[in-house]
Structures are given as structure tokens and as C-alpha cells.
Design a protein around this ligand. Sequence first.
Ligand SMILES: C[S@@+](CC[C@H](N)C(=O)[O-])C[C@H]1O[C@@H](n2cnc3c(N)ncnc32)[C@H](O)[C@@H]1O
Length: 291
Amino acid sequence: MTERDNRNDRDNRSARNGQDDELERIETALLLEGIYQRYGYDFRNYAHPSIYRRIRHRLKLEGLPDISSLLGSVLRDPDAFRRLLSDLVIPVTELFRDPEMFLAFRRDVAPVLRRLPFVRIWHAGCSTGEEVYSLAVLLHEEGLLDKTRIYATDINEDALQRARDGMIPIDRMKQYTRNYQAAGGKRDFSAYYASNHGIVMLKPFLREKIVFARHNLVTDSSFNEFHVVFCRNVMIYFNPQLTNQVHGLFYESLAPGGFLVLGGKESLAFTPMAERYETWNDTHRIYRKQL
Ligand SMILES: C[S@@+](CC[C@H](N)C(=O)[O-])C[C@H]1O[C@@H](n2cnc3c(N)ncnc32)[C@H](O)[C@@H]1O
């Protein structure tokens, strides 16, 4: 093969790849539109690289050749849709995930909450509830739980049901105990759970102040005024337009002086809301709505 043949071959391959990418983009847009029209779940403004990965994973599992075939199957078969849905929502979470953030919350936010007569907290995208129970433990230790109501919401009903059950696999408890201690935990962590036959049940008193409910950040509106909104590791899956929309929802839902807590890889910087908050703890992404 001559140098020119090699070059032509490379050019043809890259044109084919470009065309495949374009087809994948169009098919994905059609799939997400179909899901929205048929089931009301709106993933159209989720970040595409992550969505592509999830869809490709589902294609492999279902043994389907392309996204168009998946669209046909999802439109006609609600079970196929539920299987895809479980790929599109990513439930990864843990107790006292990012323990230093909880430590910072304990040190920098709890004293402000202590001055309020009651506290309303919204955990948006709470998944299976580990983050919410972690907060309940922290508030209990800070003497704040009794006057607090936590609204914990997610798009995923299966995850919410697991959250309500308050069960944790026992093999994770070593890691969680370390997280609890690194988060400034003040007791023996085993005071907060009972274990039986390999299953850990969180103590029921932690649940008493939590309401678990379905809420879709993309299509549902604000439902109360809160002193704190947690939304961690959810908007990383959204495109900038959707992220800005959801920041508008949180701004509307926060009382003046309320706190917004984001995930470690998220930030208010470069969003239209940046000017309307004070950065309370930059490292741990804690912001305070201007008074
Ligand atoms: C990676 S988990 C984060 C869980 C927890 N906040 C944490 O940081 O450990 C992301 C959660 O966001 C939820 N989610 C994704 N899109 C959502 C939406 N439009 N409305 C509400 N929750 C959503 C998913 O169902 C999933 O439970």
C-alpha cells in the first residue's frame, strides 16, 4: 500500500466514524423524545456522553443491534422501558459520602440552623437514602433533629422504596463507620443500627423526621420553602441548560439565608445564580442565598 492509499483509507474510516456518531446522536435524540412523549420522563437535556454510555450498555444486555430497535421496544413494552430507566438513573451513593463535607456542614452550617425555631431541608436526588440518614445522624448529634423535617425526593421509585426500608448491606459497614468518624461522628456508630442475618437496619428514630417522595427535578416545580437544599451528584448528569433551570428551581425554593449544598465536582460558578449566593465553604460546595 502506498502512502496515499494509507491516507485515503484513514480518511474513509474517519468519515464512516463521523457518520456513525451523527446517526447515534440522531437516534439518541429520537429515543429520548419517544420516552418523554410515551412515559413523561424527560432525559432530553441530560449530558450526552453519559447517556450514550448507558444506552450502549442496555443495547448489549438486550442483544439489540441499534438504538432505533431499542426505541421500538421501549415504546411498545413498559417493562423494556423500566429496564432502560434503571440504567439512565444512577443510584450510586453511600453513608457519609465525602465525610469532610459533613464535617464542614456540622461546623459551618449547624450553628446557623440552631438559631431557627424549625428547620426544613430538601434532599433532591436522594437515591436509596444513605445521604439523608447520614444527615439525620448529624442533626441528632447536634441537637437539631427534633425540630427538623427532611423532604427527600428522587425520580426513581425503586430507590425511594429502598430508602424507606432503611436497610444497608452489612459488608459496607466498615467503610461507613470510617466515613462516620471522618465526618466528626461523636458516638459509636453501631448506636444507629441493629444487624440481623447480614442485614443492617438503621434505627427507626432516624426516619421519623424524613418524608420520602417522588419528585422530578426536570418537570416538577417547587413545593415548599427550605432552609437547606442538598443536591449532590445529580446535576453532573445534566447539560448546562438543564443545570441552570434546576438552579432556578433551588433558588426559588430556598428561604433568604438558606444553604445550597452541591457535590464535590459541582459548582455555582458560571451559572446565572452565582451572584445571588455567598460562598460559605468553597471546598465543600456550600453556598448561602443572599439575605
Ligand atoms: C448518583 S445519585 C446521587 C445520590 C446522592 N445525592 C449522593 O450524592 O450520594 C443520583 C440520583 O439522582 C436521581 N435523579 C436523576 N435525575 C433526576 C431527576 N430529574 N429528578 C430527581 N432525581 C433525579 C437519580 O435517580 C439518582 O438517585
